[in-house]
Design a protein around this ligand. Structure first.
Ligand code: HEC
Length: 191
């Protein structure tokens, strides 16, 4: 295993454990025997235990820090290779979506789609109050739209704001749905 692949933290950790090991070896071979010629004497068991512990700690440190540096290295490589791809994808998607949204709004604002408006007329429950032959409805709470033949401005105004017993649909329907249902009512009554 090469020391070059180990992270700075790993090197410091390894160094500290190695330093403890070396200090222990020096102290027990030079300092302690001079103070106590019998060393380790009756404490041989404890001495061996400490020596074994340090040995295991050294091995563990090598395994742990080397593994850590492998993982860190792997993660860095992955991040670097991912970033450019993500950026490209994001930019492309945004551009496409923006284009589509603009086109859709422009179409809906300019003129409603009468075919789509038939579904809005049905789902909004207009037929419950209005008779409209094209929608197959026969409600009689509001005016018979086949007879009153409202123009686009009146339909949109009534749908948005309501009037009398007719509720406002501004909050339930979006601009496109209002334009569509307006186109449907006008197209199926004025022709
Ligand atoms: C709860 C019953 C009710 C519902 C639901 C309803 N309306 Fe009306 N609508 C009325 C009534 C009542 C009027 C008459 C309001 C007034 O002029 O006082 C009216 C008026 C209108 C008018 C004007 C007609 C005219 O010639 O004066 C149009 C257009 C119209 N509604 C379209 C719609 C559409 C489209 C929907 C569905 C999005 C709808 N209405 C849902 C009750 C309803």
């Amino acid at each position: 295993m090469s020391l070059l692949g180990i992270t700075t933290n790993g090197k410091i950790g390894l160094g500290l454990v190695a330093l403890a090991f070396i200090a222990f070896a020096l102290v027990s071979s030079f300092v302690l025997p001079r103070r106590n010629p019998d060393f380790p004497g009756r404490r041989l068991g404890a001495y061996l235990a400490v020596a074994t512990l340090l040995f295991v700690a050294m091995l563990a440190a090598v395994v742990v820090f080397a593994k850590e540096s492998e993982e860190a290295g792997g993660a860095e490589v992955t991040e670097t290779s991912d970033e450019p791809e993500e950026t490209q994808t994001g930019t492309t998607t945004e551009t496409e979506t923006g284009g589509e949204t603009e086109t859709g709004t422009a179409t809906g604002g300019a003129a409603g789609d009468a075919a789509a408006g038939e579904a809005v007329f049905a789902s909004a429950g207009c037929g419950g109050c209005h008779t409209l032959e094209a929608a197959g409805s026969s409600g009689n709470i509001g005016p018979n739209l086949d007879e009153s033949q409202p123009d686009a401005a009146l339909v949109e105004q009534r749908v948005r704001n309501g009037a009398g017993a007719m509720p406002a649909f501004e909050d339930d329907l979006d601009d496109k749905q209002i334009a569509d249902v307006t186109a449907f009512v006008v197209a199926s009554t004025s022709g």
